[in-house]
Design a protein around this ligand. Structure first.
Ligand code: FE2
Length: 444
């Protein structure tokens, strides 16, 4: 997908866009049909919107961009724009708004989608509008829906009550050839100028120099993280940054979110199932500060965003930057755990076919990975198509996460994709891997 988008005829591109719209909608419907009306309008956590808000917001963004802007059509429901503007109302306040009911929401999103399919039938991709080039606006809306689906999946994880979601277990893990990979560093091309559906903050491609470093082959597992917990890591100020220590005290953190001890055994709750903590699975639901503290305890550090992308994309044999760790092909089930195919990260070592040329594994899928980097613009950044996509978030308040989780769709999980969040957030499907500076003996 994507590079190849440039090679499609307008009719092929239309069919591709239609397929992507259908796929994202099927997922939205699955996530909202899984619960009853009461659950749809309830706020499961102050961190999250009611599911019905996300649902109507998906439709409203689609209306704004595809019906009104691209299509130049009359508004469907201009009166609700303000209700579903994410900048107007904090998540905690959304339940008290006069939101559309679940029934009204469903008919609204269907009405919008019908108009969008008509717009798609008539749109000229080569009409000279940057917004429509290679179907960008459609791609942006598909990705927006898939990202809200991942947010809704996080709301499902916070919901209490009997389980409503199910999926097969991920593939088995394996013993790794080595726990760490030495990366020689060098100059590589970071970001992209050629992915037609890449968002503004991933652009433009630019040369970056990375010094030699060592990075973990796979994300940190529950078993490894448990050693930090049992070793008193949460009670020892030495491992924490000043801000991290203040937070861990204030929030009384003692372990990752959704972990607990029952009858002397460590358990975790996953979409309503309480199960023994799987030791070989990447740790999930840790905030940036916890990731940073673990890394220090382990004698390491978090990778920078540049180091993460170098490990994921650089091919030392050709000097080229790849689209994905395994090459240029679109992710398949053999490469990565994406798209809610499994409702958990896969055990470490489960995706040898997804390894990068340097031998780093599980970079894409399983869990978002915290990096040490703030969310900043690349040199030559240009806000597109609106400032509120990325520009207003740049700065030291947000940390970058890379790689996507088991809940991220393949249309989003590019190896150039940049996610960002507050360093205290734990409800997202985030884990991490460590990096370190090489020892002199490793440099020769
Ligand atoms: Fe949104």
């Amino acid at each position: 997908m994507n590079h190849q988008l440039s090679d499609l005829s307008p009719e092929q591109l239309r069919a591709f866009v239609a397929g992507q719209l259908e796929r994202s909608r099927a997922r939205t419907v699955q996530l909202t049909d899984a619960v009853d009306t009461d659950d749809l309008v309830r706020q499961h956590s102050r961190l999250m919107s009611p599911l019905v808000w996300d649902y109507a917001h998906i439709g409203n963004q689609e209306e704004l961009w595809l019906v009104r802007d691209v299509g130049g059509r009359e508004p469907v429901r201009q009166d609700i724009d303000e209700l579903y503007d994410a900048f107007m109302h904090a998540r905690a306040d959304r339940p008290s708004l006069p939101l559309l009911s679940p029934t009204e929401t469903k008919s609204y999103v269907v009405e919008v989608r019908d108009k969008v399919m008509d717009v798609l039938d008539h749109v000229k991709f080569d009409g000279g509008r940057e917004l429509v080039d290679h179907g960008f606006a459609f791609g942006m809306i598909v990705q927006h829906e898939q990202q809200h689906d991942e947010t809704m999946l996080a709301t499902h994880q916070l919901r209490t009550g009997s389980p409503v979601l199910d999926a097969p277990a991920p593939p088995a893990g394996r013993r790794l050839p080595a726990a760490e990979v030495f990366v020689p560093g060098g100059v590589f091309e970071m970001g992209t100028s050629i992915e037609p559906w890449a968002l503004d903050n991933e652009r433009p491609a630019h040369a970056v120099h990375v010094a030699p470093y060592v990075i973990d082959t796979v994300p940190v597992s529950n078993g490894d993280y448990l050693k930090f917990v049992l070793g008193g890591g949460y009670q020892d100020e030495r491992w924490w940054s000043e801000a991290g220590w203040a937070h861990v005290q204030k929030a009384s953190l003692v372990a990752p979110r959704f972990w607990e001890v029952a009858d002397g055994n460590w358990m975790r709750t996953r979409f309503g199932h309480r199960e023994p903590l799987p030791l070989d699975e990447p740790v999930l639901h840790v905030c940036f500060y916890e990731a940073e503290a673990y890394a220090k305890w382990a004698g390491k550090r978090l990778p920078t965003e540049e180091e993460w992308e170098f490990a994921a994309r650089f091919d030392p044999a050709t000097g080229r930057t790849r689209r994905f760790p395994w090459g240029d092909e679109t992710p398949g089930p053999q490469h990565a755990n994406l798209g809610q195919r499994h409702l958990r990260p896969a055990p470490v070592g489960a995706y040898p076919a997804g390894a990068s040329p340097l031998g780093v594994e599980q970079l894409i899928g399983d869990c978002w990975e915290w990096t040490s980097s703030d969310f900043t613009p690349y040199p030559g950044f240009r806000a597109f198509p609106y400032d509120e996509y990325s520009l207003v978030f740049f700065g030291p308040d947000y940390k970058i996460l890379r790689g996507g989780s088991f809940g991220t769709d393949e249309v989003v999980a590019r190896s150039t994709f940049r996610n960002w969040d507050y360093p205290v957030r734990r409800q997202i499907f985030a884990g991490f891997r460590c990096a370190r500076d090489p020892k002199p003996s490793e440099l020769h």
